[in-house]
Design a protein around this ligand. Structure first.
Ligand code: G6D
Length: 349
């Protein structure tokens, strides 16, 4: 019997909220404001658990946003001093006056745009297709970029993100999704008891301003070694300088493999009753542990605790425009950008 269910309602501020429910009763809600995931609600032991951080209305996203669940672009992460070159042409982006860098494509980027949206249904999945045309010169980036982000919820409990883009001039393109997971469903609980697996031998070392230094460092004999899984606490409780500089993880992990045969990362809830596997064709994942301290906002009636979420931002590592060996994020006309990331929900009990 077919139970897939798709509905649409007003989210305020002209935004809409799509609700997608699969045959296993997993519900994902997404909004056209920033092409975001808002909820991912999973039935666990007869109760509904929302495993991603999000707000109740579009207005709250506009007022308090810290990129929760948003599509990030044109370039995820920091571009140091906002400057880069493509071939022989130099470009200068507007920078954040507080630190002199450009984060997540600059102010009011993809996360703040109202994306056009349409839905699609197959026997086994529901999708929302978001599109946005970023004009030539937007936030200082060259070229008109036509971006598409498709969110699919399947009956295998996968949330699939498909990215597609093309440009009419050489430009930079390195999008991601900024979902924060907290698999306990309780944002007043730190993720310190979550277990993490990451198939990465190396991280990109960061400075105190979270820009990458250019050093790729082995995780061996460091608290950032998650190749055999470990509790998040192994990072938070150490004096390792990379933890102390940014108060947790805010680091690119260089993945040992790409593709969809086996996961590159897994997070598991403290009670071990749920896990999320990540599969991607991107070469890195930036893991950020929501170290907002006292600045954590109220989410759905509860104040977000420090380390109250964990992101798995699949992308080419920040630093690609500066350093050899970090990958390539230049997009040329007639060679469209295409990538896929899958988050798969698993009951592990
Ligand atoms: C990112 O790496 C950055 C963080 O430093 C930032 O605070 C967050 O987005 C909002 O993942």
């Amino acid at each position: 019997m077919k139970r897939l269910k798709l509905s649409k309602k007003n989210f305020g501020e002209t935004a809409v909220l799509y609700s997608l429910t699969n045959d296993a009763d997993v519900t994902m809600t997404v909004t056209d404001l920033g092409a975001r995931i808002v909820d991912l609600i999973v039935p666990v032991d007869g109760k509904s658990r929302n495993i991603v951080l999000g707000f109740d209305s579009a207005k709250e996203y506009l007022d308090k946003d810290m990129y929760f669940g948003a599509t990030i672009g044109r370039v995820a992460g920091r571009i140091k001093n906002g400057s880069f070159a493509i071939d022989t042409q130099n470009y200068q982006l507007p920078v954040d006056p507080k630190n002199g860098h450009t984060l997540h494509g600059g102010l009011d980027s993809f996360e703040a745009k109202m994306w056009a949206s349409e839905t699609k249904e197959t026997d086994n999945s529901l999708s929302v297709i978001f599109t946005y045309t970023s004009p030539d010169g937007e936030n200082g980036f060259p070229g008109e970029v036509k971006a598409t982000v498709t969110y699919t919820l399947t009956n295998d409990n996968e949330w699939i993100i498909d990215y597609y883009a093309d440009t009419d001039k050489p430009t930079l393109y390195n999008p991601t999704n900024h979902v924060y997971f907290n698999l306990s469903g309780d944002v007043t609980q730190s993720v310190d008891q979550h277990e993490l697996f990451v198939d990465a031998d190396r991280i990109a070392v960061v400075d105190s301003d979270t820009t990458v230094t250019g050093e790729l460092r082995s995780v061996i004999d460091t608290p950032f070694d998650f190749r055999n899984s470990g509790k998040m606490n192994q990072v938070f409780q150490t004096t390792y300088e990379q933890n102390q500089l940014v108060n947790g993880l805010d680091h690119p992990f260089m993945l040992n493999h790409v593709g969809f045969e086996k996961p590159q990362a897994i997070i598991t809830a403290p009670e071990k009753d749920l896990s999320v596997e990540m599969y991607t064709d991107r070469p890195a994942v930036v893991i950020f542990t929501a170290q907002f301290g006292e600045e954590g906002p109220e989410l759905r009636g509860n104040k977000l605790v420090n380390h109250g979420g964990i992101t798995l931002e699949t992308q080419v590592s920040p630093g690609a425009v500066e350093f050899e060996g970090f990958g390539d994020i230049v997009l040329y006309p007639k060679t469209p950008y295409q990538s896929r990331t899958i988050y798969k929900i698993k009951e592990v009990q």
